[in-house]
Design a protein around this ligand. Structure first.
Ligand code: FES
Length: 108
């Protein structure tokens, strides 16, 4: 599969996650304070909670339910109760398009 358009760069507000679904894969896209764009699995590994409903803090996305903060760079939770990582996806920028292939998980 090839990367597909997930959203426009202009749709992303700093530190405000955007949930997208590509081929039934839910992904949380975040433009951080450094204007870096990240894409991680949207489902918290502790419970069935959308991480895109959580809070961005630096390079982390915190689940609102019980406070596990997931690294936007590695997908690993930095604190309990979650202990399993979420996938991290490769993001490609093409003009104003944010492209993601949900079958390609970044090696971190
Ligand atoms: S559901 Fe996310 S930390 Fe509990």
């Amino acid at each position: 599969m090839t990367a597909q358009r997930a959203c426009g760069v202009g749709e992303l507000e700093q530190d405000t996650p955007l949930r997208v679904v590509i081929d039934d894969v839910a992904i949380a896209i975040v433009k951080d304070a450094d204007d870096e764009i990240h894409a991680i699995g949207d489902r918290c590994t502790h419970g069935d909670i959308s991480l895109a409903e959580g809070f961005v803090e630096g390079k982390t996305l915190e689940c609102w339910a019980h406070g596990s903060a997931f690294s936007l760079e590695t997908g690993h939770p930095l604190n309990l109760p979650a202990y399993e990582p979420v996938p991290v996806y490769v993001v490609t920028i093409d003009g104003d398009d944010v492209l993601i292939d949900p079958t390609v998980i970044k090696e971190v």
